[in-house]
Design a protein around this ligand. Sequence first.
Ligand SMILES: Cc1cc2nc3c(=O)[nH]c(=O)nc-3n(C[C@H](O)[C@H](O)[C@H](O)COP(=O)(O)O)c2cc1C
Length: 154
Amino acid sequence: MPDEQDFFVVRGQVESGDKRGRELGFPTANIALRDQDDVVGDGVWAGWAERADGTRIAAAVSVGRRPTYYGADGYRLLEAHLLDFTGDLYDEELTVWLGEHLREQRAYSSAEELITALKNDVAAAAAWTAAHPAADLPDPGGPRLGEVRRLRRP
Ligand SMILES: Cc1cc2nc3c(=O)[nH]c(=O)nc-3n(C[C@H](O)[C@H](O)[C@H](O)COP(=O)(O)O)c2cc1C
């Protein structure tokens, strides 16, 4: 977990997920992570995503292995659910800032329980992004695709 001073930032190309997110009502842009468990741990975050055209959109972000569906065997990925956004991000390069750690990953016993948690995450992400505008984000520098970088808060 970061200390309060830190942001994490990841840049990556959006891969196609298994479309379950759409069924749950929370579509996600999925980004593969290089094997860097020591930089950012698994968890759920409030943050911002920047599209290729420079637009910044508030996001609720999951880093982990989707234990509800894959036990401990899933591969580790970053999934960003963009708030108030509809559209296709497939293949686009996205930069994602992780600003506030909201909770740990959990294995839920039903899709309904996961959906309840996702609703809370979205509300928390909306509150955090309202208080931490996109214009104040630290410069991401030039992370390699899939690489997680730790940034000092400006
Ligand atoms: C904000 C957020 C929090 C999440 N938290 C969890 C979690 O605690 N446990 C879990 O198994 N999956 C979690 N997920 C991942 C969902 O299981 C995943 O997005 C869903 O299965 C859809 O996968 P897909 O994008 O491959 O279709 C989270 C996703 C988001 C966007």
